[in-house]
Ligand binder design. Structure first.
Ligand SMILES: [Zn+2]
Length: 437
């Protein structure tokens, strides 16, 4: 990792961020049209108008990007690194998609010659899409997960991830025993949890593929690794929910299959929760458990539309997840657009604003991952995790931005149109991680 520059730096750009929650505060969006962020030793020390920020830090190096937009680094709360190669596997719902396309792909990671470049491509893809923090679903193979952690550590990104464990239902290559899973997860966790910006996430694949004994071993690993996260899938697809209830006769609902093993708490992030019951939402709220909302994946697999209003009403926290490979790419901004579309077509629509979507793509995700004190907006005191967006010359985005009349409209255009080719730079803790200099 590069040695931090002891001098302050100033990034001059059009600054947009949401330090306040737009679901409770109408003035959530902060913008500085001729703005700047000053940072030093990895931390933001001033944010505001360029003249004021540069006046307070006259000796700082100035990076002049005044024609571009500076946002907080994006937060992806659910994405599978082994699934980069199955993006676009169309025409299937969850269980068939897993069986015919995805699990056979995941078996290939037994070969480190396959896994190593895949890990690098995936990590590169996160930074290239402006993602600075991610909770990444791992692989079933301990050696390949170790290789992933190596690549993640080298990248400087804030990554939480872990070995995926299962002992039934899947292809034999992807199964292990509860005892083996426990030891392998603990050994990876002891090696990588707290190493640089990495954290360990205890990761049972989903209740269909995990016996009670396996879920119990996951609870034991979580208890042994202080500060680790827990992540899995919940209430994604109706057939999946039915299969879980058939397998766990004593469980009243899907959430209960995890609760019984100590896997539902404030450090737990459950992906999807499209088909949640009222009782599950109430229990998640009181446990402080959060949700990764993955709108493109939910559409792609025909899973359904996320009940956002019910999550808001019950105060169950949620952020955005790209859920590659059922998701349609690594852009968290695009997930914002798809969340917007989904909530516009439900019977009781939520008319989300650009500020809501930026909040979900940044600060809400940071809170979901337990990093609300560290990242998610560009306020002084936060880590300098930033994303610079510039419309490619001649693009539709450039043509739109030339005509918008307010920062709010500009943000709406960025969320709708800015993708990988608009990402001009990504910084984590003040260190440029993309493109590498
Ligand atoms: Zn997933």
């Amino acid at each position: 990792m590069a040695v931090q520059n002891p001098r302050a730096s100033i990034l001059r750009a059009r600054v947009l961020h949401t330090p306040r929650d737009p679901f409770s505060d109408e003035a959530a969006l902060d913008c500085h049209e001729n703005g700047a962020v000053a940072f030093q030793d990895g931390e933001i020390i001033a944010t505001g108008d360029f003249a004021e920020v540069s006046g307070r830090h006259p000796d700082a190096d100035v990076i002049d990007e005044r024609d571009a937009f500076l946002l907080p680094g994006l937060v992806d709360t659910h994405v599978h690194w082994p699934q980069l190669g199955v993006i676009g596997a169309m025409g299937l719902e969850l269980l068939d998609w897993l069986r015919t396309r995805t699990l056979p792909e995941e078996v290939k990671l037994a070969d480190l010659g396959y896994a190593r470049p895949l890990a690098r491509d995936f990590i590169h893809g996160l930074a290239a899409n402006g993602t600075t923090t991610a909770l990444v679903f791992g692989t079933h193979f301990p050696e390949a997960q170790d290789v992933f952690f190596e690549a993640a550590a080298e990248s400087g990104l804030r990554i939480a991830s872990g070995l995926v464990v299962s002992d039934r239902d899947l292809l034999p290559e992807l199964r292990t025993t509860a005892a083996e899973a426990h030891d392998a997860a603990l050994s990876l966790g002891r090696r990588w949890h707290g190493h640089g910006r990495l954290r360990y996430a205890v990761t049972p694949r989903f209740s269909i593929s995990c016996s009670e004994e396996m879920l119990d071993s996951c609870g034991a690993v979580a208890a042994e690794l202080d500060g680790s996260l827990v992540t899995s899938h919940l209430n994604e697809n109706r057939d999946e929910v039915e299969a879980v209830l058939d397998l766990f006769e004593e469980a009243d609902d899907y959430l209960a299959t995890y609760e019984r093993h100590g896997l539902v708490g404030p450090a737990t992030v459950m992906a999807h929760n499209v088909h949640a019951t009222d009782d599950e939402l109430a229990r998640m709220a009181s446990a402080g458990t959060s949700v990764a909302h993955c709108p493109s994946s939910n559409g792609f697999l025909g899973s359904g539309i996320f009940p956002m209003r019910r999550h808001l009403d019950t105060r169950v926290g949620f952020g955005l997840g790209t859920d590659v490979g059922a998701g349609t790419g690594l852009s968290v901004l695009k997930e914002g657009l798809l969340a917007y579309l989904g909530q516009m077509v439900v019977s009781d629509p939520i008319r989300l604003t650009p500020a809501h979507l930026l909040w979900l793509a940044t600060r809400a995700g940071a809170q979901v991952l337990g990093l609300g004190d560290t990242v998610g907006d560009l306020s002084p005191g936060r880590a300098a995790d930033m994303l610079l967006l510039r419309a490619p010359e001649g693009s539709t985005l450039a043509a739109t931005l030339a005509r918008v009349e307010s920062p709010d409209h500009a943000l709406g255009a960025l969320i709708t149109l800015a993708r990988e080719d608009s990402v001009a730079g990504t910084w984590v803790a003040g260190e440029r991680v993309y493109p590498r200099m």
